[in-house]
Write a protein that binds this ligand. Structure first.
Ligand code: ZN
Length: 279
């Protein structure tokens, strides 16, 4: 599943190229998770603004003669966005898994999504429904200066679940998906099974730093290669190569040589070092 770093890498790969472009045609494939919410033709003639990201959503502003607002995009489980600057006089025909095509005078932005849990939803503004409703309940961005150890500790304190599950919920901080939650807890030396409410202040500080560090590293590496992630230019990421525990069950811990363990928490695999990570 595309995680926050992959979504951000995708955004960076086409945001500049598409900003200021004019929409020339919109083509829809099979139904995605939610309907578009306006007639596709209403976007024609619209000018594309600066693409931003919130959590795993991308916001693509469009200012059209008959519609002012933007498209909120989500890659779901298996979605990927590709921007091809090919001349639009020779558009490539959509394949069986291409379900949203935004043709512009600068190139084609195409959403490929075999499992169709992704979405493209029109909203009159980023802070109005339906966008505001879909984004409600998201935690802080990991690089938001307000995301501190103290904030994390306060967020975890009232929870009865394990610290890893609390991170995964995404309502304290976004971005700590399964891979990054495992890696962050390893870096912070915290057992993923520890009750969220028992995370001390100094450990919350280390964990907040670890979350930021791991996500920054993933961004720098171009996202993970898990599940064939590619950015909008078809370049595969490389974060998987650097994972300390994720996907390494039975292999020696990079720090202490103890075999990495895999357990299941909330139906998701958790990888951790039973020696380096303490309750
Ligand atoms: Zn270890």
């Amino acid at each position: 599943m595309p995680e926050l770093p992959e979504v951000e890498v995708t955004r960076r790969s086409f945001a500049q190229a598409i900003e200021g472009a004019t929409v020339t045609r919109v083509a829809l494939g099979k139904a995605l998770r939610w309907p578009l919410g306006l007639a596709p033709d209403s976007l024609v003639g619209g000018r594309v603004g600066a693409v931003t990201r919130r959590g795993k959503y991308l916001w693509l502003p469009v200012s059209a003669p008959v519609a002012e607002g933007g498209l909120l995009l989500h890659l779901g489980m298996s979605g990927s966005l590709a921007f091809s600057a090919a001349p639009q006089s020779t558009p490539s025909a959509p394949g069986p898994h291409d379900h949203f095509d935004l043709y512009t005078d600068r190139g084609l932005l195409r959403l490929n999504d075999p499992r169709r849990f992704g979405a493209v939803v029109w909203s009159p503004a980023f802070d109005q429904p339906p966008a505001a409703k879909l984004l409600a309940g998201l935690g802080l961005e990991p690089f938001d200066p307000r995301f501190t150890g103290e904030y994390l500790r306060a967020g975890l304190s009232g929870r009865r679940v394990a610290v890893k599950s609390a991170l995964l919920a995404g309502d304290i901080v976004v971005g700590a998906g399964n891979i990054y939650a495992c890696e962050s807890l390893f870096l912070a030396g915290i057992d993923p099974r520890l009750a969220a409410s028992k995370v001390s202040r100094p450990r919350a500080e280390r964990l907040a730093q670890a979350v930021r560090g791991v996500l920054a590293q993933a961004l720098e590496a171009g996202g993970t290669t898990l599940r064939d992630f590619k950015d909008a230019h078809g370049v595969a990421g490389s974060f998987q190569m650097q994972a300390s525990v994720y996907g390494r069950e039975g292999l020696p811990c990079l720090r202490c040589d103890t075999p990495v363990r895999r357990i299941v928490q909330g139906q998701r695999s958790t990888f951790f070092c039973p020696k380096c990570q303490k309750k």
